[in-house]
Structures are given as C-alpha cells and as structure tokens.
Design a protein around this ligand. Structure first.
Ligand code: SOE
Length: 386
C-alpha cells in the first residue's frame, strides 16, 4: 500500500472531521493508499501542537507555505477559513500537490475560477468536501433517480435551518465566528448552508438555469472580535430562492441561522412523475419513498432504513440494521478520493464541479441584491446577465 502524506491546514471543526476520515479510512475500505497524518498547520503553535498530539500528526507548522513547499507532503488539505482557500490551493497546485478543500471552494465564483485553473493547469487530483453527497441515503437517492424510478422530475425542495446566530450579543470575526465576517466568509448562509443544498441538487437533478432570491441580515451591527469595534454585518443571515432546473423542474431553497429550535436541519424532497423522495439530515439513515406504481391497497410512504449491505457504502460498516452517522460521510469521501487516485482520476466533486455551485450562489446573491431573476452562468468567466 502506498503512503500518502497529508498536510492539514487548520484544526477547527473541519480539521477534526477530515483528520478523523484520514485516520479511519483504511480500517474500513480497501484502497491502495494509506494516508499518513504528517503535518498540521495553524498560526497558533500551542493549539496546533495540542491538535497534533491528539490526532497523531508527526509535525507542526505555523506557516502554510512550509507545508505546501515540503517535499514530504503529497496532499494539502485546506480546512481553514474561506478567505485562505484560494491562495493556499493555488500555491499547493503549483507545487504539484494534490489538493482537497473545504466548501465553499472560494468566497465567490471569480475566486473559485482561479483555483480551478490552478489545479487543471497542474493536473493535480483535487476534491471539495461537499460531504452530504456521501450520506448513504443521499447516494441511494442519486441511484434511484438515475435509474429513472421517479420518472420526470417536477419539484425539488431543499432547506438548511440553524439557529445559532440569533443573539445580537454574538460578535463577528475571529476563531469560530469568522462565518459571520463577510470579508472572511464571502457570504453568509448562501455560501455556507445553501451551497450544500445546491451541490446536492446539482448532483441529483442536474443544472440550474435561473434563480430569483431574497436575503436578509437581521442583526445589522455586531462587535468585531479582531478590531474590538462594533461594525456593520455584511453577511446574509437568511437566504431563500426560487429556481428553474434545465430539466424543467421547479425548486425552492431556503437557509437561515434564525430558525429557533433547528440546529442543522438539512432536508430535501423531490417529486417525480412516478415517485417522490424525502430526506432529513436529523434522520440521515432513512429515505422516505412514495411510489405511485405500488398496488393501491398498500400504497403509501415507505421509510427505508439505509443500513443493508446492498445500500451504498454500508457493506464496509457493521451488520445490517446498525447505523452510521455524520463523520462517516467524510470517511466515504476520502475512500472515494483514494479509489479514484488508484485509477488516475479525481473523485467528484472536483474543484470544477464545485465551481458550478458557486455560479449558483453568485446568481442568488446578485438576484437578491438586484431584486430580479438572474440567469446562472453556464460558462467559465462568462456572466450570463452581462
Ligand atoms: C455551519 O454551522 C456549518 O458548520 C457549516 O459550515 C457546515 O458546512 C455544515 O455542514 C454544518 O454547519
């Protein structure tokens, strides 16, 4: 088995999910590479050191350039805030490293395009961590749709609801709260939460042609942790949009951090000519399925428990009936990345795939700002509305 030395940039929530995935993958999946937790990099040496000790990283760096330039590192994994993604990814690609990047790819599509160009020019394997594709139930939904079980798709409905920023006392900026700082995050829930819904939707239902959106910033000023001053809030706290897909189906998408009681309620429902599917992250191992072709007397919504060995990824886990969870989606993503590597390709979503999500989020923000329908960019570097 070939060793793959990982240089991890960042040690927050995503640094943990990714490190766990690299550590676990060989215990459960037969792949021809063995990730080695080589170096973790963060500006705070003490905290990075503590993280390295907990997860088993061999060395610690405080400057990401040292990781990118190190001949020891094969794969650079970017789990740091959004404003660092482009510079690190481009330098890593130019240094010939494989690159994995936390979502969203860039802070906007223009930034993402520079990243796509860099990995494509360097021909390095690359992937973006849109992990929800690899919830077995979501992967199974993709299989059912591709098999034609639903028939023609009429409706796609997605929501991602949270409630953690309702307090006006919550500051913006700095560790843990950079998601509220527009200069670091790029946008609010549009790039953070709707991006997940859009990635899944593009995968399951194809491209989106146009959107009509509204956004709101409910708390307009917050203390900034880095300056100590009260500053305007530039992110969208809530974002909702209507969309048309290329296949003729209609969609509604909604994300907010102001839905009291909801912590991470990601749901989608797809209604087709023959059948419908509903999925809920809080019940992630179940797929709700209704098939109109069932015999009338017993026709109804079925709740399929996605834990059998013939369900996606499940034969690699426990025995039928026993569930897996959130962290496994990251393990699946690494497993697929390593499998693709063995075949000389990149697993989806590549940087190029993730750019398509950024075209939609850019269109959503432009639509909300301009209070009009916006056509989603279909070609790189070309604004369809210009
Ligand atoms: C925000 O709270 C967040 O952590 C996102 O950044 C993640 O991408 C999402 O999966 C869960 O919520």
């Amino acid at each position: 088995m070939k060793k793959l030395n990982v240089g991890m940039i960042g040690y927050g929530f995503m640094g943990r999910t990714h490190s766990n995935a690299f550590s676990q993958v060989n215990h459960f999946f037969d792949v021809s590479y063995r990730p080695v937790l080589k170096t973790v990099c963060a500006r705070n040496r003490d905290r990075a050191g503590a993280f390295a000790a907990r997860w088993g990283y061999e060395t610690v760096e405080t400057d990401w350039r040292a990781v990118v330039e190190s001949p020891e590192i094969d794969l650079v994994d970017i789990a740091s805030p959004n404003d660092t993604h482009a510079e690190i990814a481009i330098a890593a690609a130019q240094a010939g490293k494989m690159v994995m990047c936390e979502k969203p790819l860039g802070r906007n599509a223009a930034e993402s395009e520079t990243m796509v160009r860099a990995v494509e020019a360097a021909k390095v394997p690359n992937m973006v961590w849109y992990n929800y594709r690899r919830v077995p139930a979501v992967t199974l939904a993709k299989q059912w749709i591709d098999e034609g079980r639903l028939g023609r798709i009429f409706h796609y409905r997605a929501k991602f609801l949270q409630d953690w920023t309702i307090s006006s006392d919550l500051p913006q900026g700095g560790e843990g709260l950079w998601r509220l700082d527009v200069n670091v995050a790029g946008s609010g829930v549009t790039g953070d939460l709707l991006a997940h819904c859009i990635d899944t939707a593009l995968w399951l239902n194809g491209g989106i042609s146009e959107v009509s959106a509204m956004t709101e910033t409910f708390i307009k000023i917050r203390k900034h942790n880095l300056t100590g001053k009260v500053e305007p809030v530039g992110i969208d706290d809530a974002s909702a949009f209507l969309a048309r897909f290329h296949n003729g189906s209609l969609a509604t998408f909604e994300a907010t951090r102001y839905a009291r009681g909801h912590k991470a309620l990601y749901t989608f429902e797809i209604n087709g000519e023959h059948a419908s599917i509903f999925w809920d992250l809080h019940d992630l191992h179940r797929l709700q399925y209704f098939d109109h072709r069932d015999e009338g007397a017993t026709r109804g919504w079925r709740s399929v428990h996605i834990t059998d060995s013939d369900h996606p990824y499940m034969k690699n886990w426990w025995v039928p009936g026993l569930q897996i969870g959130y962290e496994h989606t990251f393990i699946h993503q690494v497993a697929d990345f390593l499998a693709a590597l063995g075949e000389g390709t990149s697993a989806a979503p590549t940087f190029g795939d993730a750019l398509l999500t950024d075209y939609v989020t850019d269109a959503v923000l432009a639509s909300a700002a301009g209070r009009r329908w916006v056509t989603v960019r279909a070609e790189r570097g070309k604004d369809a509305n210009a």
